[in-house]
Write a protein that binds this ligand. Structure first.
Ligand SMILES: [Zn+2]
Length: 61
């Protein structure tokens, strides 16, 4: 278990599933834009992905 750097709650990075498209986009952003992949929990990845899909003009998936 590690602590999410955004919300501080403990989570298991190996249990993160990318089945939810919002989580997948958040994960891609963590890898390519923010450089913090593996330190963000699933709900925070989903929030990031969802907000990015709505508001980030660089994202044209
Ligand atoms: Zn979190």
């Amino acid at each position: 278990m590690i602590d999410c750097v955004i919300c501080g709650s403990g989570f298991d990075p190996a249990a993160v599933s990318l089945a939810d498209p919002a989580v997948e986009v958040g994960h891609i952003l963590a890898l390519e834009k923010y450089g913090d992949a593996g330190t963000i929990c699933m709900p925070c990845l989903a929030n990031r992905g969802r907000l990015a899909m709505m508001y980030d003009p660089d994202l044209q998936y």
